[in-house]
Design a protein around this ligand. Structure first.
Ligand SMILES: Cc1ncc(C[n+]2csc(CCOP(=O)(O)OP(=O)(O)O)c2C)c(N)n1
Ligand SMILES: [Mg+2]
Length: 372
């Protein structure tokens, strides 16, 4: 994704100074949010036109996502995202074409080379962990990464995000408890959009805020308005500082809205009233952040028009790129489903060495196999 054009946003407005950023940062966040919205809207058009099979949207979540990913260091820290994390992925280095090649299941799709369900984003080059379909499983992956970072003393932080419904899974309790005990450099972001598919939050939680549960683990829990981009940024910045300083995990709950149906296979008018859907527009982070930047003099009308044209060109190019990219070869369907080689380090003494056999199975020659 192109950065703000040279010269534009080079200064530090009062608004940017209030959060310790530059205008370029603010415009960068705005561009991520606008790009995420545009690629998302394009996905729905492509779905309804029969070009892509399934859409699961991040519309309404983008402000919180871009702002919360912002203080993490790209290609250094780690994020285990979820299916709505389009803006998170864009803020962390993925491009619109990476999102669309996954939707089309093309060979060049960086998430899985067309092997995963659409919406299961991941990107090795940008430390974005590919997610699994069972919700909240990414929790344990991210906590494990945070544990590795602590053991290796790398200074890295691991973050994961999920919905409020997913936050009720057992994995979340285990992960938060473990991360808190060991003061791991870990951040859990709960994007609370008020629904788990058609189930309203009142049938998911007996407390008003998921963040209230943080105290049960002995860690800070912060509630932020997910449409207030810079408040989300501040909360994430503080959590990253805490994590890097060895002070342990933070739970951030962003109250967001789900502007679309759960997915392209869901009809939300069956369980949400017209008034409710209309009222959502007032909490849309995109126009709200745009107005904030305009009021602060960071985003002029001219610059806004330029960014809008660039975003549109980016999405058009990405669509064309994904449409015309080659499909994966059926003969390689099983490639990368299991590890091709032991990733980077010496294999552990208990197995996985040589071949792809599992310890204790035929072909395993590790001396320690009886102990496994
Ligand atoms: C373990 C598991 N149970 C059920 C599902 C089906 N499922 C997919 S998304 C979803 C709703 C999750 O709601 P929430 O965590 O609030 O996230 P949202 O979709 O609202 O962003 C469910 C139940 C699943 N994928 N995995
Ligand atoms: Mg939800």
């Amino acid at each position: 994704m192109a950065k703000a054009e040279p010269g534009a946003g080079a200064g530090v407005s009062d608004l940017a100074a209030s959060v310790g950023l530059t205008d370029e940062d603010l415009l960068g966040m705005y561009r991520v949010i606008a790009t995420a919205r545009a690629v998302d809207e394009r996905m729905w058009v492509l779905n309804r036109a029969g070009r892509i099979p399934f859409v699961i949207s991040g519309q309404g979540h983008e402000g919180a996502q871009a702002a919360i990913a912002w203080p993490l260091k790209r290609q250094f820290d780690w994020i285990a995202p979820f299916y709505r994390s389009i803006a998170t992925c864009l803020a962390f280095g993925m491009q619109a074409r990476d999102i669309l090649t996954a939707q089309y299941a093309k060979a060049i799709d960086p998430s899985s080379g067309g092997r995963q369900m659409p919406g299961h984003y991941g990107n090795v080059a940008n430390n974005l962990v590919s997610l699994s379909s069972p919700v909240a499983t990414q929790m344990l992956h991210a906590v494990g990464i945070a544990l590795a970072a602590k053991i290796r003393k790398t200074g890295q932080v691991a973050m994961t995000s999920m919905g409020e419904g997913s936050s009720n899974q057992g994995d979340v309790h285990e992960g938060l408890n473990f991360a808190a005990i060991h003061k791991l450099p870990f951040i859990l972001v709960v994007e609370n959009n008020g629904y788990a598919i058609s189930v309203p939050v009142s049938k998911q939680l007996a407390v008003a805020d998921v963040a209230a549960r943080a105290s049960g683990y002995g860690i800070p829990g912060v509630v932020v308005d997910g449409a207030d981009v810079l408040t989300c940024y501040r909360a994430a910045r503080d959590a990253v500082e805490r994590a890097r300083a060895g002070e342990g995990p933070t739970l951030i709950e962003a109250k967001v809205i789900r502007l679309t149906a759960h997915s392209s296979d869901d009809q939300q008018t069956k369980y949400r009233s017209e008034e409710e859907l209309k009222a959502l527009r007032e909490s849309d982070p995109l126009p709200r952040f745009r107005a904030e930047l305009q009021d602060a003099g960071v985003l002029t009308e001219e610059l806004e028009a330029t960014i809008a044209a660039e975003v549109k060109a980016d999405i058009d190019e990405a669509t064309e790129y994904a449409e015309t990219a080659a499909d994966p070869s059926p003969s390689e369907a099983m490639k990368w489903v299991y590890a091709e080689d032991w990733p980077s380090e010496e294999p552990p003494a208990w197995g996985f060495g040589g071949g792809h056999g599992m310890a204790g199975h035929e072909g395993d020659t590790s001396a320690a196999k009886d102990a496994v």
